[in-house]
Design a protein around this ligand. Structure first.
Ligand code: 2IP
Ligand code: CA
Ligand code: CA
Length: 370
């Protein structure tokens, strides 16, 4: 079991490295923030570099996990499509190749001949990553824990909070170490679910930008396991029992909901990133994350969901909660919903992420429509 978790952690660190190198390496950074102007003489040079960075991270995760766990390779899915078209109108599928040179050649082709960028990215993809698992408390998992890995599927959001990733602002936290915007809100999300029960089992959330020393950023990785009655979590959280309850919301949340929460005496904090908002709940910096609309997808929450379940919390649907009904979000692939394309993966009823069942009860009571 520990091997499965270690592989997920390792590839999340590699993903975070790719995310960082695109911001820290000058040549890549220029491509990342390049604006496309209307009437540009050099039209759509390719889909755009930020999408390539996203896809590359996703494909790296798929590739590395697929090699180690081939039985689930076809069940690893992500937010992005890996098909690109370049200026010549060629359609190119971004997939990690057997060796660095071949990956560099393929990326260079996507990048319309930019060998430098292709080489820099390929180097990061094929770099051996060393992880200090002990510092991540992986030894909390007993040696004899075995999980039916072959029954699992994986949802990947290679970069959540893309807007914050591109803007790259550095902002101080607003309260209890929660950042409303900025690079701290960026996360790499890997969520493993059981294809038979639809339940999240393992979650790995990597925050690539936490602290900066000089011009170099350092991140952190969190994990959680929720299997039958066994629960393990990488971190400790500070219990906020005595303090005012904190609820995190999207800045686009309805003002009605904000007002009701404030009137009830909760501290309402806006923060970017669906994954980040779930993470601050898992870490005990906030008590709940509420989203009344269908603006997130399975890949935004599957990983963080496992972190919350690992602490007897969870993520439920917002809309049924307004009728007093508590319905945990499921990742079953046979959805009754007949939506197509991206819509079939939408959490269309909104979400409520929580860590403490008693507090969830308070929230549901507050939302209940008479
Ligand atoms: C987005 C991102 C946004 C979030 C939105 C997600 O994912 O996390 O920040 O909106 O729901 O789908 P908000 O920050 O208002 O909660 P991505 O960055 O991957 O598109
Ligand atoms: Ca997302
Ligand atoms: Ca994303």
């Amino acid at each position: 079991m520990a091997q499965f978790l270690k592989s997920l952690i390792k590839v999340s660190v590699k993903a975070a490295n790719i995310a960082r190198v695109c911001r820290e390496e000058k040549h890549l950074f220029q491509l990342l923030v390049q604006e496309k102007h209307e009437g540009d003489k050099n039209p759509r040079f390719f889909q755009d570099f930020k999408t390539l960075a996203d896809v590359l991270i996703q494909e790296t995760i798929k590739h590395d996990i697929g090699i180690e766990f081939p039985n689930i390779a076809s069940h690893i899915k992500g937010e992005e499509s890996n098909s690109f078209s370049n200026v010549l109108g060629e359609s190119i599928t971004v997939a990690i190749q057997e060796n660095e040179a071949d990956t560099a050649a393929l990326l260079t082709q996507v990048l319309n001949g930019d060998t430098r960028a292709g080489g820099l990215l390929a180097a990061e993809v094929h770099k051996a990553v060393l992880v200090d698992y002990q510092s991540l408390n992986v030894d909390r998992i007993p040696d004899d824990l075995t999980l039916p890995v072959d029954n699992f599927g994986i949802w990947i959001d290679p970069i959540d909070s893309t807007f914050e990733y591109i803007s790259g602002s550095e902002e101080p936290s607003v309260v209890r170490n929660i950042h409303s915007k900025g690079l701290q809100c960026v996360t790499v999300l890997i969520g493993v679910f059981n294809r038979q029960t639809g339940e999240p089992v393992v979650g790995v959330v990597n925050q690539p930008f936490i602290t900066k020393k000089g011009s170099e950023w350092f991140g952190k990785c969190y994990w959680g396991i929720n299997y039958e009655d066994k629960h393990y979590f990488s971190d400790e959280f500070e219990d906020t029992v005595e303090q005012q309850k904190v609820v995190v919301l999207s800045s686009s949340e309805s003002s009605d909901l904000k007002e009701r929460l404030t009137e009830r005496g909760y501290l309402v904090v806006e923060a970017a990133g669906a994954g980040y908002k779930c993470l601050v709940v898992a870490l005990g910096q906030a008590d709940a994350y509420l989203l009344s609309r269908g603006t997130t997808y399975r890949w935004d929450i599957c990983g963080p969901h496992a972190l919350l379940l690992a602490q007897n919390g969870g993520i439920i649907r917002f809309v049924p909660a307004e009728q007093g009904s508590i319905q945990e979000i499921s990742y079953l692939e046979t959805d009754d919903d007949k939506s197509e394309g991206i819509n079939q993966w939408c959490n269309k009823d909104g979400v409520i992420a929580y860590r403490n069942a008693q507090f969830l009860g308070e929230i549901v009571h507050l939302l209940k429509k008479s």
